[in-house]
Write a protein that binds this ligand. Sequence first.
Ligand SMILES: *Cc1c(COP(=O)(O)O)cnc(C)c1O
Length: 392
Amino acid sequence: MEFQQAERLLKLPIYVFAQLDKIKAEQQAKGADLIDLGMGNPDIPPPQEIINELVRSLSNSENHRYPSFEGAPEFKRAVSNWCKRQYNINVNPDNEVVTLVGSKEGVVHFAFAYINPGDITLVPMPAYPAHFRGTILAGGEPYVLPTTEKRGFLPDFKALDPEIAKKAKMMILSYPSNPTGAVANKQLFEEAVAFCKKYEIILVHDFAYAEIYFDGQKPLSMLSIPGAKDICIEYHTTSKTFGMPGWRCGFAVGNSELIEGLRKIKTNLDYGLFTAVQKAAIAAMTLDESAYIDRVRETYQTRRDIFVDGLNSLGWKVSKPKGSLYIWLPVPKGFDATEFTMRLIEKTGVVVSPGTAFGEMGEGYVRAALVASEERLREAIERLKKAGIRYS
Ligand SMILES: *Cc1c(COP(=O)(O)O)cnc(C)c1O
């Protein structure tokens, strides 16, 4: 018997990371020592205090029951306080916060709550795959807002055909950006809010790298723009901030109606976030910031400097990103993104992601994630040098 997958799955572009996993496994079977900068999988362990809190919470049998769908009141209060402290935004814990089983889950399910077949979602590309795949899964159509190096990988709303803008239902922005490392300024956010209000578009901001910024330039929450809460939902995650991606913990904040739509779809799909994880996340959000996050930022910034300086010594002219975990680098002449990725793995054991994993606009680039130690990043550069791989 043949099993026909649903159209929504057949319509998806191939998931490049699955392909990459296969090649990595082949190389490892041959005994290769891989330096894996392919996935944005943080390697800095979470603060000990939150591990202690998780362990403590595990021995309370109440915490093993189903949690509430939208999050425990104390979790939502902690989120509200965190948002005020970190981003100077006000969110009402009663109706402007919802817990997520990781922000990826929330971003994709949000599309199921608001996108009908044929609806358009505007997405600056290249983009984090869930930003366009969610819309495709829901039967809608992602519409590419092209971004290029020349404009700092930021979209130009004025360049969009007003007829498309009128039809669009949603727009998904995310700064600092995965994969390009682009950081938006206040003006771009003000333009985004004005644009979405004018055309009655739901504005989604994925703020996964809210705390991963460099050179002291703290990124803005979209909700800090006056009036943004009329149209905006913003996604946050503990995955990158607190080095706990495996815990699957995130939350969305913003417009109460949009939060309610997301909550409604989620009540039909999951049972919310494990209470013990919520307790640990509360502990994380009430830590003294300088104790942990500052060190995380310093660690990534030092890695960034080592890796970018190394690449530039091999002929690249990559500038240092102001945020995110990623270096977005053009591939040398004569290769496309996939060919260069494969060549790197085979010749050096260094794993990156082909830019095409982030949409067609990513052709000609690869993404390296700063998820290895300084020593291993130095070694990666050495291996490229030895293999004669340079940018030209
Ligand atoms: C890593 C990442 C996420 C995933 O976050 P989870 O909370 O672990 O699901 C979401 N958005 C972007 C842009 C990311 O890079």
